[in-house]
Design a protein around this ligand. Structure first.
Ligand code: AMP
Length: 607
């Protein structure tokens, strides 16, 4: 096995990062730079502008944060780095990542700023003079206009997920912010796709940028059956344990991102009874070879590895590859799953993918020209069936292969002495044997739909296309009932304006401060859409929502409910914990249509 890095991949220590940053990277357990990091860090350190085509999951946050933090003067008390992100979730996530990379930079403050959070809190935090600010465009612009955020000393500006910002209608805000920054600042623009307007922004505001694109070569992997599990409410480790229970595997390799994760996960699996070992670049050659030998001989069943350590690994009995953490690019995916299906055998590949990483799934499907089928987690019943089957098998094997004369005598004596029913004795023995691993379902775990992957909500391109299929859920169907505790609203932006479900979720979440988990069903129509929000919206929030922009259109939100005046139903208190209420009579489409224009007018007047 070769565990060497290809000569083209530098080490983090060779990239010229500032010492405190390098230390944080090493502590994070990153072994080698991901492809986008290997290409971006040097030019950003040299002060170049950068145009990077990359998506979430490729390691792009570190790709810009590590070099830009290396150039910051933590003693200067003014914003030097600004990151614009499309959603508050991403802003928080990026700010946390930056904070962790900057942990050894004394005096450095990172501040997330997003819509929906109290202005007062943000003003106080801004007075602490953070050097790094990560925010959503609307709120950042707000602070610039109020004079509470001054960008005179800004060194670098990062546009993260620029195409998402475009889709969510923020591109004008982004341009206005760009105009407010000093001429000599450095700009890094990252986008998964390069639609025309993003290209124009890059032409207008980036100076001779270094262009980086992580090319994905097309590859096919015919002998491998590929599945994915959508990471939902169930914890990844619980999901993995369930899969391990029912999958018929000989040997398995599980890919994670960091060295630390290899040891942590291997230990947890050991504790759950699976013979497992980590495989990472920190282990010396001898230790790695030993683990591989044990695996080959069947003394070990699971390896938990990083990409680097598993490079070139060739073990014939490897039946399964699990991508516990998503790979950085399609090439690593193809390389990872190539650890199974060796020598013309069949192999199984399972990918764990979170809603945010869905794009990577599509990219992989495109690159491999194969569909990856969605899998459900095994239910408690599946697990019970499997355990009973294994128990029966063990029983048959023992009866066949063991000399049981002594035990037969013991049981015989017991039975006669206690006048016990032989079946009952056997059942008691089975209970004792399986005490720590009961044959009956432990507990029924129901998978919760992922926040951004509910069928009717979507959350990725693909999902928004397959939104609202069930007639009961469709706003266009004859009868539509609200979910308890939820109220259906109409918003004046729809497909014809270029809106997708995620734009609506993003705008409402960011600009009105409604946590996305409280945003219910969204029905995308051509000229308008509907959205379910918790009942009892306060008036000021309602007014704020009316003015929110999506795809260059204001939402002009109104209540979709017969006979209810917008203002009256907007209460002064906003609680999502109200007792569930059933909405009144079922509404028909015809009735909605009939009352809508006049109601909308009255809603506008009253607002
Ligand atoms: P991002 O694409 O920036 O959202 O990063 C995705 C995940 O990859 C995050 O959990 C990072 O901590 C992790 N990550 C980033 N760079 C590396 C690296 N070089 N090695 C291992 N993990 C990394």
């Amino acid at each position: 096995m070769s565990t060497e890095q290809p000569s083209s991949t530098p080490l983090f220590s060779e990239l010229g990062l500032a010492a405190p940053i390098l230390k944080a990277v090493q502590e994070a357990g990153y072994e080698t730079p991901s492809p986008i990091q290997a290409k971006s860090i040097a030019p950003l350190l040299e002060g170049h502008d950068l145009l990077g085509q990359a998506q979430t999951g490729t390691g792009k946050t570190a790709a810009f944060a590590l070099p830009l933090l290396s150039r910051i003067n933590a003693k200067a008390k003014a914003p030097q780095m600004l990151v614009l992100a499309p959603t508050r979730e991403l802003a928080i996530q990026v700010s946390e990542a930056i904070q962790s990379y900057a942990r050894h930079l004394k005096g450095l403050h990172v501040l997330p700023i997003y819509g929906g959070q109290s202005m007062g809190i943000q003003l106080r935090q801004l007075q602490r003079n953070p050097q790094v600010i990560v925010g959503t465009p609307g709120r950042i612009l707000d602070h610039i206009r109020r004079g509470t955020l001054k960008l005179g000393q800004l060194q670098s500006l990062v546009l993260d997920e620029a195409d998402e910002m475009l889709r969510m209608g923020f591109i004008d805000d982004v341009e206005t912010i760009l105009k407010e920054t000093p001429d000599e600042r450095q700009v890094a623009l990252f986008s998964a796709t390069m639609p025309g307007p993003i290209h124009r922004v890059s032409k207008r505001y980036l100076k001779d940028p270094v262009e980086i694109r992580i090319e994905s070569k097309t590859s096919t992997v015919d002998t491998i059956n590929q599945r994915y599990w959508q990471v939902t409410g169930t914890h990844k480790l619980d999901a993995l344990t369930r899969i391990l229970e029912v999958e018929n595997f000989d040997a398995m390799i599980i890919f994670v991102r960091t060295k630390n994760a290899t040891t942590e996960l291997a230990e947890k699996l050991e504790a759950r009874g699976y013979s497992s070992s980590p495989l990472n670049g920190d282990m010396n050659q001898a230790a790695r070879e030993k683990a591989i030998e044990r695996m080959k001989k069947g003394k070990l069943d699971i390896l938990v590895a990083t990409d680097v350590a598993a490079r070139g690994l060739d073990i014939e009995r490897m039946s399964h590859v699990v991508n516990y953490d998503v790979p950085y690019d399609t090439e690593s995916y193809v390389h990872r799953i190539g650890r199974t299906g060796r020598a013309g055998r069949k192999g199984e590949a399972i990918l764990f993918i979170s809603p945010r990483e869905k794009r990577m799934l599509f990219a992989i499907e495109k690159a491999t020209r194969q569909t990856i089928t969605k899998m459900q987690l095994p239910s408690s019943e599946d697990i019970a069936d499997r355990r009973v089957m294994q128990f029966n098998q063990q029983l048959s094997e023992t009866i066949e292969a063991q000399d049981l004369a002594f035990f037969q005598n013991v049981i015989n004596d017991y039975q006669q002495e206690h006048e016990a029913d032989p079946l009952e004795v056997a059942a008691a023995l089975a209970y004792l044997v399986q005490k720590t691993r009961p044959l009956k379902p432990v507990k029924h775990i129901q998978e919760r739909p992922a926040r951004r992957d509910r069928d009717e909500r979507g959350g990725s391109d693909r999902n928004s296309r397959r939104e609202v299929k069930s007639p009961r859920r469709t706003i266009g169907s004859a009868i539509r009932e609200n979910e308890p505790g939820m109220q259906t609203y109409r918003i004046e932006v729809g497909r014809n304006h270029g809106a997708e479900i995620k734009n609506i979720v993003g705008a409402i979440a960011n600009e009105a401060g409604i946590e996305s988990k409280h945003i219910g069903r969204i029905g995308l129509q051509d000229s308008y859409s509907t959205v379910d929000l918790p009942e009892g919206m306060p008036k000021d929030l309602f007014q704020q929502l009316r003015k929110v922009w999506v795809c260059n259109k204001q939402l002009e939100i109104s209540i979709l409910n017969s006979g209810i005046d917008n203002q009256d139903s907007a209460s002064d208190e906003f609680s999502t914990r109200r007792k569930p209420k059933r909405s009144g009579k079922p509404r028909t489409r015809a009735r909605d249509k009939a009352r809508r224009p006049s109601q909308r007018r009255s809603a506008k007047k009253s607002s």
